[in-house]
Design a protein. Structure first.
Ligand code: ADP
Ligand code: ASP
Ligand code: MG
Length: 419
């Protein structure tokens, strides 16, 4: 039997009526002759509520228990989806991660797939079941504990199942009708793309475009999964939505293809650290062990006169998600107490946001940075930190200018017009 993977995000399963609507889409594919693996998210808002409860109970929580709590939203929707399909006379069965079993690493809150054995699901399909409904976002570690894959992880569950079962396509149903040049909630000028390359989508996702989880794009690229994003609220057909595919399938050739943002960023500066070999390792080692996702890093130029200190000193600035600031502070203080680093003070700015432009055309075109910086300057947006790579340029700015910056960059690179 040909097989499809269909993933429904939080807004697409937000209540019983929407679950019925999603189930109708599954039924249509079954009637077209497909076996279907359905991946569901928790009802929208549910995971945030669960995360909130964990934080309120235990601010520096035990990550195993975090996973035990936040994975539960998907269990509810998986069961409800299976029941809804059964009510439509479609033989369906639900599976939580451990029942498959979806084996993952034991990196709680950010687990990665180790293996998805096909045996149990294959046996059910062989019995005549048409649909397997899988609770997204979760798995089980070698220690037998429930794990989760990081926020937005159901996308990755979907792509991993598509790869493991050789699905014809992996359809990600969500609340927008495809992937846009930027988040359509930020500007009405955002334009829907018919296709986008794996590489560009990978950058956009890792820079904050949460329409797909980064890891899902990585897996799709590696296993050549045909990955499509489309609306669960529209009538859809074979050509709806946006296909994420290889670069050479794409005709459009703009230098910049999209603008991404990440709203909740913090900028931390360690003032007056020793400037000696090993200092970066002594700072960022403990941060990484504490699970802090350090993003941009700037080491300032050392003062020649040592600022009155006996040995050379410098300032070290880095960014991380706002909700990791407490962990970062604790890790740095612990390292200071243990004597492995010293600093005069830690300055924390929790009002930052990151805005990035992405495009494979940047490889062969100069001048993108200049155009970006002058567009921001015209709007009076001050840049705190800059980072570049082959196909992206990111800036850290004040959060209050984030929307303005996204709109200005969208205009500056003519993204509302097809290229
Ligand atoms: P789901 O719950 O279905 O997984 P998400 O909220 O995780 O949905 O992702 C869909 C949202 O991603 C959209 O509502 C949109 O606001 C946002 N988004 C951000 N960047 C983009 C983009 N470039 N194209 C489309 N949507 C985007
Ligand atoms: N429910 C999880 C989240 O909100 C996973 C997902 O929806 O993809 O992050
Ligand atoms: Mg999502």
């Amino acid at each position: 039997m040909p097989l499809l993977v269909m993933k429904f995000g939080g807004t697409s399963v937000a209540n019983l009526e929407r679950i019925r609507n999603a189930a109708q889409k599954v039924k249509a594919e079954v009637e077209r002759g497909y076996d279907v693996i359905v991946i569901v998210s928790a009802m929208s808002g549910k995971t945030n509520e669960l995360v909130g409860w964990v934080n309120e109970t235990s601010p520096l929580y035990d990550a195993r228990e975090y996973d035990a709590v936040v994975s539960s939203g998907e269990n509810v929707t998986a069961g409800l989806m299976a029941l809804t399909l059964q009510e439509m006379d479609i033989p369906a069965r639900s599976w939580q991660g451990w029942q498959v079993p979806i084996q993952t690493t034991s990196a709680h809150g950010a687990a990665r797939f180790v293996d998805i054995p096909r045996k149990n699901l294959d046996a059910k399909f062989a019995e005549g079941f048409k649909v397997a409904v899988i609770a997204g976002f979760q798995g089980v570690s070698a220690e037998g504990r429930i794990t989760t894959l990081g926020r937005g992880g159901s996308d990755t569950t979907a792509v991993a199942f598509a790869a493991a079962f050789g699905a014809e396509r992996c359809d990600i149903y969500t609340d927008v009708d495809g992937i846009y040049t930027t988040d359509p909630r930020i500007t009405s000028k955002a334009r829907k793309l018919d296709k986008i390359s794996f590489e560009e989508m990978l950058e956009l996702a890792s820079l904050g475009a949460k329409v797909l989880q980064t890891r899902s794009v990585e897996l799709a690229m590696r296993y050549k999964v045909r990955l499509r994003v489309l609306s669960s609220f529209d009538d859809t057909n074979e050509t709806s939505g946006t296909l994420v595919c290889d670069e050479d399938e794409i005709m459009e050739s703009k230098v910049v293809s999209g603008v991404a943002y990440s709203r909740e960023e913090a900028k931390l500066t360690l003032v007056t650290v020793e400037d000696r070999p090993g200092i970066a390792a002594a700072i960022f080692g403990p941060l990484s062990e504490a699970g802090v996702n350090v993003d941009m890093i700037v080491q300032n130029i050392s003062e020649k006169d040592y600022q009155g200190h006996e040995r050379p000193v410098t300032d070290m600035t880095f960014s991380c998600p706002v909700d990791q600031v407490a962990r970062a502070r604790k890790a740095l203080e612990t390292a200071r107490d243990a004597g492995s680093i010293s600093y005069e003070k830690l300055e924390v700015d929790t009002d930052a946001a990151k805005v990035s432009v992405v495009g494979i055309g940047m490889r062969s075109h100069a001048g993108v940075a200049a155009r970006m910086f002058s567009a921001l300057a015209q709007e009076g947006v001050n840049i705190k930190v800059i980072a570049t790579s082959e196909i992206k340029i990111s800036v850290l700015i004040d959060r209050k200018y984030m929307e303005l910056a996204v709109q200005a960059l969208h205009d500056a690179f003519d993204l509302d017009k097809a290229g």
